[in-house]
Design a binder for this molecule. Sequence first.
Ligand code: SR1
Length: 503
Amino acid sequence: MANGSGFSAEQTEHNLPLPFRDRQQEIVITLIRGLNEGAFMERLVGGAQRMAAGLGVRLIELEGNGEQAAMSQLVAEAIQQGVHGIIVSHGVGELLLPAVRLALDAGIRVVSIDTVIDHSAVPEIEQDDLAIGLLIGKSLALRHNGEARVIYINDDVYAPLVKRDRLWQDVKWRYSGLYELTQIRSVTSTAMVSTTQALGAALRDYPEANVVLAMWNELANGALDAIEQAGQGERIEVYGVDCTDADIQRMVAPGSPWVATVATDAAAMGRLAVRTLAALLAGEAVPKYLLVEPVLITQEFLRAGRIGSMDELVRALPTLAESEFMWFNWMELLLERNGQVMPLLNTRVVEALRETEASLRVMVAQQRQLIDTITELSTPVVPVHDHILILPLIGTIDSRRSTQIMDSLLASVQQHQAYFVIIDITGVPLVDTAVAGHLMQAIRAVKLLGAECVIVGVSPEIAQTIIGLGIDVQGLTARGTMQDGIAYALARQGLRQRAAPQP
Ligand code: SR1
């Protein structure tokens, strides 16, 4: 039986890359993560699981609890278990590299999320953290006219935070009125609580602070708690990174100081990581860097759109929904086989529009051809006797058609060496100035070729119209019916032949 893509089950198998063909041969991949805390990771893991289910892959999720040694150990165990692929997330690249090399040597494919792995065979997936640093820093600078006293919460423990910091340094350099009062380094295994405590103290030490910049949502949430506890929500603004359901709730809450965040959808990141690994397993070409574009999301935007959840946000900002990276046609077949549907990607919309445009062009060309054929058929000039032609006209005559009539009439007169053309207008519903003008022109042109036109089928109404239009009918030969017209032509032709000089 055919499925939605029009393929039978057998054809579907045939169109899949080898590792995905045999359903008995389960593909097993593992996600080893160095960051356990927070709704961002929960959402990322959810996305990865859903994508794995769609592709028919088993995903085993393992937690490294922020310990690099534990992460390397988990990679070693995954090699032992003979998994097909490994995703490492939020690790320290240099420390993980030896374990990753062992996996690659064992023929296992590896993909990283938010971890810099210095190896060309390992694609790195990130949320373009340099862009995140720039977007959130710039938003802060511009909303404060380049002047703010900032408490900065960030650390250098994880690669995304280091990259974001780079661009914050540039923003400070550009807007010299941005003054960083202090930096809080609270990225511990309980980052939110540590941040609340540290910021509580900093707010007392720096009462002039009017902005808090937190480069991770756990830090932003910890900051909000501290600001609330200090009762300073009215005079301090928070700029954060990341966006989850809970974050949106906090941003739109009445009196919330969290005014802007920069984010991708963590679920889309998880899905991309699984797709990338599947692509590697299928032997597809995969680039080294896959940067997902982040978006600035402001409190005003959320409130104006009455957005209260990630699902609603994704509907309002469709570019957040699904990364365009690493989609292959065979994945659609797998999704269908596993009861999921292909998401609507921008590139696919553009592709579909292109296909529609191409088929419209073909249709227009066919239609033009059809019109030409109809026009030709609607001006048939038929020889009925030696040197006598008939032209039965049917339907409306516009200027395009009258040109066509003139062309074929003159060509036929010449081709058949006609003396007479009987034009039957019984089937012409309306004769206005333009139609009458065209007819008279045709008659005069035929005369120049040495032949004579006889008009037949003129109804009393049309006769009245012609006279009412003031058209000169002097020299116009008219007869009632086609038979009358032919009889006239035959009679005149006899005269004409008798009058011709004998050789
Ligand atoms: C500790 S690193 C935290 C970041 O990792 C993810 O990429 C999230 O964006 C989060 O901000």
